[in-house]
Write a protein that binds this ligand. Sequence first.
Ligand SMILES: Cc1cc2nc3c(=O)[nH]c(=O)nc-3n(C[C@H](O)[C@H](O)[C@H](O)COP(=O)(O)OP(=O)(O)OC[C@H]3O[C@@H](n4cnc5c(N)ncnc54)[C@H](O)[C@@H]3O)c2cc1C
Length: 464
Amino acid sequence: MASDPQPTRSPVPNPVPSFWTASPRSLDDHRSTAELPKACDVVIIGGGFAGVATAYHLFKDNPNPPSIVLLEARKVCSGATGRNGGHVKPDMYYNVSKYSKLYGAEAAAELAAFEASHVYAVKSLVETEGLDCDFQLTRSIDVFLDPKHARETEEAYRELVTGGVVDLHDVAFTPKKDAERISGVKNAQCCFSFTAAHLWPLKMVQQLLERLLVKGLNLQANTPVTSVSSTRDDQGLWTVHTARGTIATRKVVYATNAYTSQLLPEYANRIVPIRGVCSHIVSSKGAHSPHLVNTYGIRFNSRHYDYLIPRADGSIVVGGAGQRFWHMKDQWFDNVRDDELVANAVPYFDDYMQRNFRGWESSDAKAEQVWTGIMGFSSDFMPHLGQVPDKSGQYIIAGFSGHGMPAILLSSKGVATMIREEIPFEKSGLPRVLKTTQERIDAERNLLEESMRPLWDGSFTAKL
Ligand SMILES: Cc1cc2nc3c(=O)[nH]c(=O)nc-3n(C[C@H](O)[C@H](O)[C@H](O)COP(=O)(O)OP(=O)(O)OC[C@H]3O[C@@H](n4cnc5c(N)ncnc54)[C@H](O)[C@@H]3O)c2cc1C
């Protein structure tokens, strides 16, 4: 019997184009075979970074790889991976204090180190596989604009330094007296910098897929999975149902991020689709504006922040704008509509550089393109990795909470190792707090909703 699907949480047709997806790519609609294979060893559901990276690690250095079919509902990489900021920005300190209180200092330190290691893991992937995806190694500057928030963050950082458990050797703090000149951001109260990277995610993922097709991956675009059988057949196989037929398989991987609960309803309150907004800002040729070399997180207060990536071509990608719509829950929370823009957010980006950056006041920088994308936010902000509870042979790698670029590559390596070697999560090398468990699924607290409630009930009234 098939599980009960949640149709409102499936990918919608015709998503708005992003800067990255605007020109068509050869694998967008790729189908390795005209018909779906009747059976295979592993079905991966989801053609974003998580699904493709899991396939990559199942093939990597494997002389006897399993037969793998990768099913994507829409065009390949048209989900969050094709519409994000391309910012590989590990969380080295900011949420680490919060996670220390929730999970203990060691678990928080483990997580911070895991994210930090992604910058060089992604660099190594790009170089080893020869991926032409505009990869740049950089420093990222987190700039704090609200004095109280800046003070609290500095205090929390000092506590981490004193605690000595979290590795902070790459994090540099700049106090108020130098913060505006170091960051270039007006009214900066303090800032922190650390190693990060940025790239063109769609190019990275599609080029990785090209390598995998040569190794035998069967890729099927425009093939939504409608359900997975709730029991195995008499040969021990799961049945994956699609509009184009069924596939019998030994193992299933849900790399379905925001849409996971359509197929796994037990995650309905644990991974929620959330609409994000991003933009591409350009100045006319010859316009006078300082060249930026670092990426940014700009924190307006304890709730609102944007991120900014200067591209080598002089244009700029900015994402966020939450201050314009996060108080309107239905505009973005539990919302899969990446086929339309968030109207309030569109004008936000037009004079963004002039408003926020020193030396840009007379530039003609303005948003050339604004788009939406659907993130999979986890109710405790941690992705769910590993075997789905009570579903032996089914694995999940989802819920990256708007922050997948510094988490997915090594998460997929761990999940692929569990699948290949049939080892438990504890032997996968993954940070302990990322394990999907029945306790996390049943948890009474919903940290995500708790953090957003003050915006929805009007009790958070920061001046912007
Ligand atoms: C606007 C925006 C900006 C962002 N900026 C950043 C950033 O700068 N840095 C960062 O770290 N993160 C960022 N993120 C988050 C980041 O994009 C995600 O964490 C990451 O791309 C998640 O990858 P994924 O493969 O898990 O999900 P996705 O890329 O969403 O892939 C999941 C895929 O599964 C497919 N799918 C779902 N259900 C089914 C089904 N039933 N059948 C078949 N296929 C299915 C979907 O169509 C989708 O293609 C941003 C996200 C958005 C939306």
